[in-house]
Design a protein around this ligand. Sequence first.
Ligand SMILES: Nc1ncnc2c1ncn2[C@@H]1O[C@H](COP(=O)(O)OP(=O)(O)OP(=O)(O)O)[C@@H](O)[C@H]1O
Ligand SMILES: [Mg+2]
Length: 586
Amino acid sequence: MLSSRQRRAIRLVIHFVAPYRWHAVGALLALIVTAGITLSMGQGIRLLVDKGFMTQSPHMLNQSIGLFLLLVLGLAVGTFVRFYLVSWIGERVVADIRRQVFNHLIGLHPGFYENNRSSEIQSRLTTDTTLLQSVIGSSLSLFLRNSLMVIGGVVLLFITNPKLTSIVVVALPLVLSPILIFGRRVRSLSRQSQDRIADVGSYVAEALTQIKTVQAYNHQQQDQQRFAQTVEGAFATARKRILQRAWLITLVISLVLGAVGVMLWVGGMDVIAGRITGGELAAFVFYSLVVGSAVGTLSEVIGELQQAAGAAERISELLQSKSQIVAPDSGLQVLPERVEGNVRLEDVYFSYPSRPESFAIAGLSLTINAGETLALVGPSGAGKSTLFDLLLRFYDPQQGQILLEGRPVQQLDPHDLRRCFALVSQTPALFFGTVEDNIRYGNPQATDAQVEAAARIAHAHDFILQMPQGYKTHLGDGGQGLSGGQRQRLAIARALLVDAPILLLDEATSALDAQSEHLIQEALPSLMKGRTTLVIAHRLATVQNADRIAVMDQGKLVAVGTHAQLIASNPLYARLAALQFNTADS
Ligand SMILES: Nc1ncnc2c1ncn2[C@@H]1O[C@H](COP(=O)(O)OP(=O)(O)OP(=O)(O)O)[C@@H](O)[C@H]1O
Ligand SMILES: [Mg+2]
């Protein structure tokens, strides 16, 4: 009866509600008690009409009203408990889901985000969890409460008057069948409509983060048009869904109230003929209204539950996506506390998952000795940055292997592996927060003195002091408010503070003026001492300091040697040197 999707959604909810089962039991008890009290009100009405008004005895009336007030008190307390517990569970579970999804996402292999746009995932994390929250925190309890009302109401209807009840029983399938038919349509439309909303969210995020490029190219109008299309697409889908739901609600109301009318007519005839008492009819109408409105609420809530099933499914999809970069199941190797920094690549072939047909690294073998400084040069797209990705194990090669300290990186825990590297990436990544936070990023325990020392070496100290709050100055998202060269210097300071045995510099000084670069270059050798350093650079100054230079082209290692050797022996290097390194100047 349930689709596998719905079963998955239910399993997810059960999984997350399980730790709070006693809250759930309490909520369920309160729910049953309040539903019971509401239903017993019908009997109260019957007694009131038949015994109170009909017998015209003030004593009986007093008793009845006393009982009524007692029930009201029970209902009030029960409702408080139910509402508090149910909403509490909703909020608590969603907090848990959000945390767990984020904890999971942040550990996934980077390749995952190439196929799944990260901004889309981000909007899922907010919209889908909010949807789940409203369902667990209210719709689910509405559903249970109204189901109880329908079942209890129908039973009491039978007890009160079997003949009239048969009308209700005949009317019920009439009401339920359109609900099921429309419900199915609403379900598929609501999934579409949520996907559209996710589209809108990711579109905005992209345009706003690139706002300067957007405006520099006067691209606003195109963006407005494209955004309008996305929004209108979302609206069109939503409109279809709303229409289906409107039909659903209309049908339910007409059918339910129509049936009530018929009942009143038949029951009224019976009262006139003296076959039933007025109290019985009053109770009966009360119950049929309870049942009718409960069915109406159910039909709405079922739509919401179906939406939430979609949301839960997408969340469990996210939670089930496995990281492809993990520690091995068996044969885990552990690096020694003090890693020397020996790196070896053996016949490595690698192509990006999004471009399986071409190798970004094609048959590369290279040994880098502990303490050595190796410069990587080569034309754009040669695979230099990709090599760093492989060393850090953001991806696994299709063939060949990479060894750190003689251990295959795939046999290591990624955490263990990465603590050996300090990376300055080609596009220095800064985060929202203070300058200090950004430098301390990889080493939260570093003292203020250590932070300053790293900043001095990276020639960042002076410009940091010129900022309004110095090291405590807040940077915008992605380090907004800094120049390109300043960002690079912060990124270098951050890498220096980590104190890892292997330093990876991917054009770390490309945005610096010659003067600052020169100063950093002067400082680097002392830092590089005792560390293995891999530098990707286009400028001669950097390359000349290296012990060896490796020339790459089209994913292959073309030549390795010193500057002088390569100038003489390798035409590609000689050409690069002549053009990019500006040999004439040096
Ligand atoms: N995420 C990716 N998915 C698919 N292909 C990629 C990806 N990143 C890089 N590539 C491709 O892999 C090849 C090597 O790229 P890589 O970034 O390693 O070059 P590079 O040597 O660092 O160049 P540059 O000097 O311009 O930084 C290029 O052809 C590039 O288009
Ligand atoms: Mg690169």
